[in-house]
Design a protein around this ligand. Sequence first.
Ligand SMILES: NC(=O)c1ccc[n+]([C@@H]2O[C@H](COP(=O)([O-])OP(=O)(O)OC[C@H]3O[C@@H](n4cnc5c(N)ncnc54)[C@H](O)[C@@H]3O)[C@@H](O)[C@H]2O)c1
Ligand SMILES: *[C@@H]1O[C@H](CO)[C@@H](O)[C@H](O)[C@H]1NC(C)=O
Ligand SMILES: *[C@@H]1O[C@H](CO)[C@@H](O)[C@H](O)[C@H]1NC(C)=O
Length: 312
Amino acid sequence: MKIITVIGSGLIGRSWAMVFASGGYSVKLYDNQPGQAANAITAIKKQMMELQEVGMLRGQLSATQQLALLSSHDNLQQALQGAFFVQECVFEDLEVKQNVFRDVERLVGEDVILSSSTSCLVPSAVFSLVQNRSRCLVSHPVNPPLYVKLVELVPHPDTVAAIMNRTHSLMNEVGQVPVRLRKEIDGFALNRVQAAIIAESWRLVQDGIISVQDIDLVMSEGLGVRYAFIGPMETMHLNAPEGLGDYMKRYGEGIQRVLRSFGPVTDFFAEDAKSVVSEMCELIPNDERHLSARQERRDRLLMGLAQLKKDS
Ligand SMILES: NC(=O)c1ccc[n+]([C@@H]2O[C@H](COP(=O)([O-])OP(=O)(O)OC[C@H]3O[C@@H](n4cnc5c(N)ncnc54)[C@H](O)[C@@H]3O)[C@@H](O)[C@H]2O)c1
Ligand SMILES: *[C@@H]1O[C@H](CO)[C@@H](O)[C@H](O)[C@H]1NC(C)=O
Ligand SMILES: *[C@@H]1O[C@H](CO)[C@@H](O)[C@H](O)[C@H]1NC(C)=O
């Protein structure tokens, strides 16, 4: 039996459970709120049936077969029995995560891989109460993991290569797209790139250069269109006759000149930042009804894009 334990049954824990079940793994879902893991499985069942209905269920197994692989647990020891891999998805709170991994280590063998979903905490902090950290790493998913497949694998300084490799293989096997960071760094790769995009977009709006609506179009109708298929490195490589080196010879200085004009870190809390927020809220009011309608639209579009990427 190939058993994976998922700890924490919120948004991300549910998604991981679905991803692993789609790859044929037995998933034991644990939550420290009694009944929460069972509720999660009810929600997963509904989602899997809907996905099957529209032909978007992942993996080779039917929804019924995948659901049979899931079990819910209110007892951590039971939940960990037989597992070779543990994916933690509890609150983004350092102390909570440290304590979870301290407790987990006492209940599993030395060869069990301990993996955290944290978005913002580095592995050396998350695993500081674990004795043997050679089998610990962060596997950072992107929301929603069912349609956005990237997983950043981030090692603790003590993590051995074999554990990175085994996790990389597991992620590939269940249909995610893993990437390796060679060392831990604040923000990992995705959130560092995202921070750069957020900072400059915000600055351009706050400085009155462009509207909120138009900067979003710069991404969704400009950069983002090709970034869904090729990244910034390949984009440059293809945009000069002799590739990347040639591209930098032609455009490198111009890019540096622009970079030098960026100035200090954007102040998201300045007085004139408020107008950025109100401009956004005029486009999409920040009430539950409008936001959830747009969230549904986003997920529908991402589902379509995932399908397109699969077919191409
Ligand atoms: N939501 C996102 O977009 C996103 C994306 C990538 C990574 N993450 C990361 O995934 C993790 C989970 O996020 P989420 O959005 O699913 O949170 P969430 O609040 O939806 O779910 C957290 C769940 O963990 C449970 N929990 C809390 N303490 C626990 C404990 N000690 N033992 C067992 N269960 C416990 C809670 O009852 C809850 O069900 C966080 O570290 C977050 O940073 C989130
Ligand atoms: C730590 O775990 C690894 C397996 O990941 C094992 O090979 C090693 O012996 C363990 N170290 C100690 C000190 O127990
Ligand atoms: C891990 O994978 C890398 C890249 O595929 C490979 O070069 C390396 O030998 C592997 N290491 C171990 C210990 O499996």
